[in-house]
Design a binder for this molecule. Structure first.
Ligand code: PLP
Length: 498
């Protein structure tokens, strides 16, 4: 990384002949000075908050409606001071916050909003720049392209050296990313649908395939795009919750014979419930035979592909058409930042651009107009926080964290296996352990309630093979092994009480 000059306040970089801008009528007196003072205080507050997070309750101890009722019925007529706003934030809002940044947040997929990303977000808000078009903010388009290219290299996807370099764009969530993938899939097999609608010409329903373990966002995306819920075929998974590729092949052949049009397969690398890994090479084989688009959802587990020893989880991804990875899960970036990659940016643009190609001849091919690559017109400077994260932590630190979390999950799995009252219900390929008390579903739910009621830990459950399962997800930067051990001790203690 080249040496950059020390960061100086913007004023220091302003043109020599700059004059102070006159204040508008709407600007409170002391507007900038207020911000400087309250800004310093807020950064101090954040530092104190982050350094003492482990002492807080993980789950908000708030009753429904409590915060709502505590807030004034209408907005103030006269502006208020930062002091008043920050006091209410601390006293009223904070008790209603569930602490996703907490080292003992083990529910869903644990995550971290790290300090470099907080600064990146602050700067993005200050700039308030909108990268809808290259010209409206070259920095938004180009920094995003570069940052996603760095991330692409870490994920091991093909770049400039290949015939089909992967193109990346930042959307808000994996749900949005996957919906865009489904539109691309339709555009590839039925480009006329863009003009005539999904069911034009009675050519047979378009059918999408994904496993019975896929995230609900895939089905939602298909519903939103007009594919129809009945045309989302859930391929059964095997005993380890992986899509059965032979069954996929049989279902596609059957649908094809019935006059339907199989157009898209979504494989998941790291499913939400058990983090199982679909057999991507075999899935791609089936899809290639029938000319289908393959979308890879590695929203959570993509972070593990950064490790050389886990690179294999994305084997054959280079033959897929698109992939989504959420930096806001295991990659130290606060919600929201979803990286969507495709090796067919031409199709993505064809699907979403409303400016005909022939009008674009004056455009520089290096000037990407991000509005042409998706539904939203406006494009937030989200990549800035990811750029801060990748630079501040570097690959080595990120690898070390992810590797450590995976090791701890193995250690926890060994504790579960050694306790005859429990059974582990899924393999542990990453940092999530799924297990159950050998009793009723109600007893398992009660164990989780007791553990969470302690305020020390937050775990969540899922259903696997029709049974209630306890699920512990490691993924926070601040977590240490003692936190995981404490969670297990609480589970083991609760099991003695149900
Ligand atoms: N895909 C997978 C595998 C997930 O686990 C999740 C959420 O946990 C999603 C997609 C949806 O992510 P988002 O909230 O970014 O839409």
């Amino acid at each position: 990384m080249s040496k950059t000059p020390d960061f100086k306040p913007v004023r220091a970089n302003a043109p020599a002949n700059a004059t102070a801008h006159a204040a508008s009528n709407a600007e409170p007196a002391g507007y900038i000075d207020d911000f400087r003072r309250a800004g310093h205080e807020t950064v101090d507050w954040i530092a104190q908050y982050l350094s003492s997070l482990g002492d807080r309750q993980v789950l908000a101890a708030t009753k429904p409606g409590q915060l709502y009722d505590a807030l004034p019925a209408s907005a103030p007529q006269q502006g208020e001071s930062f002091e008043a706003i920050l006091r209410d934030f601390d006293q009223l809002v904070m008790p209603a916050v569930t602490q996703w940044n907490h080292p003992r947040f083990f529910a869903y997929f644990a995550c971290t909003g790290t300090t470099p990303a907080v600064l990146g977000e602050m700067l993005a808000a200050a700039l308030n720049t909108n990268g809808l078009h290259w010209k409206t903010s070259p920095a938004v388009a180009e920094l995003e392209q570069k940052t996603l290219d760095w991330l692409r290299q870490w994920l091991g996807l093909p770049g400039g050296e290949s015939k089909n370099p992967w193109f990346g764009i930042v959307y808000d969530t994996a749900s949005t990313s996957s919906m865009h993938a489904i539109v691309c899939a339709r555009e590839m097999v039925d480009p006329e649908a863009r003009v005539h609608g999904a069911n034009h010409g009675n050519k047979g329903d378009l059918v999408l395939y994904t496993s019975d373990q896929a995230h609900s966002s895939i089905e939602k995306g298909a519903i939103a795009v007009g594919i129809g819920q009945k045309n989302v075929r859930k391929v059964p998974s095997d005993a380890q919750f992986r899509m059965n590729a032979d069954t996929l092949a049989a279902m596609v052949a059957e649908d094809k014979a019935a006059g339907k049009r199989p157009f898209c397969v979504v494989a998941t690398i790291g499913t939400t419930s058990s983090t199982s890994v679909d057999p991507l090479p075999q899935i791609v084989d089936v899809a290639e035979k029938y000319g289908m688009w393959v979308h890879v959802d590695c929203a959570y587990a993509g972070a593990a592909a950064v490790l050389p020893e886990h690179k294999h989880i994305l084997a054959a991804a280079e033959r897929a058409h698109s992939l989504v990875f959420n930096a806001h899960k295991w990659l130290l970036t606060p919600i929201d930042l979803s990286a969507f990659y495709t090796r067919r940016p031409d199709i993505l643009r064809q699907a979403f651009s409303l400016t005909p190609e022939y009008l674009k001849t004056t455009d520089d091919p290096r000037a990407h107009n991000l509005m042409d690559y998706g539904v939203p017109l406006g494009h937030r400077f989200r990549a800035l926080k990811l750029w801060f994260v990748l630079r501040y932590f570097g690959r080595e630190r990120i690898e070390a964290m992810v590797r450590q979390h995976i090791e701890w999950a193995q250690r926890l799995a060994a504790l579960v296996d050694a306790d005859p009252r429990f059974e582990r219900v899924a393999p542990v390929p990453f940092s999530v352990v799924c297990f159950r008390f050998k009793g009723s579903d109600d007893q398992n739910r009660l164990i989780m309630e007791k553990v969470n009621a302690s305020g020390r830990v937050f775990i969540s459950g899922t259903v696997l093979n029709g049974k209630q399962v306890i699920r512990l997800a490691i993924g926070n930067l601040h977590t240490v092994w003692e936190d995981v051990q404490e969670a297990w001790d609480l589970v083991a203690k609760a099991a003695g009480e149900v």
